[in-house]
Design a protein around this ligand. Sequence first.
Ligand SMILES: *[C@@H]1O[C@H](CO)[C@@H](O)[C@H](O)[C@H]1NC(C)=O
Length: 388
Amino acid sequence: MKQLACLVVMALLAPSLIAADCDTKGLIVEKSFLQSVHDCTEYLQIPKERLMQYMANEFPPDDETKCLLFCVGVDLGWWNNTCGLQVPSIVSYFQPVQGDKQYEKRTRECLERRVGAIESPNSCCQAYETFQCYFQEFGNLVTCPQYVRSTKLQATQAALDCLVMLRYPEKLLKVYASGKVEDSPETRCLYHCIDLRTGLYTQNGISLPRFFVRDSAYNDLRYLSKETKACRDRIRQSGCDKCTEVYNTHKECLAGLGEEGYTSGIITAAAKIALMNLGVSCSQDPKPCATKPPCHTTCTPTKPTHKTKSCPETTKKHCSVCSNLHEPAKHYSSPAANVEPAVAPSHVGRKPFVTCSKCSGGQVYNLPGRAYRGHVSSCRRCGGPTSY
Ligand SMILES: *[C@@H]1O[C@H](CO)[C@@H](O)[C@H](O)[C@H]1NC(C)=O
């Protein structure tokens, strides 16, 4: 029903309005377990026949399958190559059975038994056994796409994008780069922009389940507590502007939770990059140089400011040198082909309605040997939020 409503809205409203409701935006990634399995079979070049087996929820203990699940774990953010399991992220892909009070205990014991017992630990083995424990003991696999947290590197990119989009002056960038991220209208709106872009701030306000996943390594359950929710709601209902709502929620409700100084840290890192970018001079399009033999005419700099970067005096007669010099830039000769993956990962928006309609069907895979009828994992709207 919700998905149908989504389609109707789609037909009636302007694209900008739809984007807020049915689509992901910015750098936000929502991904289903099966989409990740599919993607990882491609990355690892696992034969198509095996994909059919995985789609049927069979994950036999062979090396190929073990490394597939390692790949899925990294892709969905529940496995970290150095630190291993990231509980908040994996938990979002499994829905405990209603009334089951033992699932956490069983999962914990399973992890001790199976992961603890691995004789010669390797990442594929550990990720596989971990998955098996959640799959068999924690609950049903959730079919809906779930929020995949941004890595710090990605969050820093989001902060950099925001600094550029909000057109903050160099003077302010220098203050941020020095490590001072103090309260001001600009800082408040920067927090707002970053949280929007990384999916932490949605139409429904600050998403506490997503913050919980963002700080996966901390597994800080206080993000999901009644007190934190009440604090968030109080600020949201106080009638302040959105920038202030986001900033005050960070300061009043989320201070001391999860990773200390996460947002100010990425702002400082992003401001440093932004300042570095200001010093970069842009090279000329290298294409004429590579394609036209009379190098010296096409490579002669037209703008004096670009002289050093685009075509040094000493090399202008040698086409090959000149084109070598610009080799990396060739990569950008077809912007359309290059921009897409960076801005919107291929799985996002490729088949939005397939994803949506999947959710309207069975939300969870039934595991053999247990009764899961009548249970519905929360997929409240298209690409709905993590179920908690
Ligand atoms: C793994 O986790 C650590 C600590 O949270 C982090 O510093 C590191 O970047 C993570 N590795 C990857 C590949 O994300």
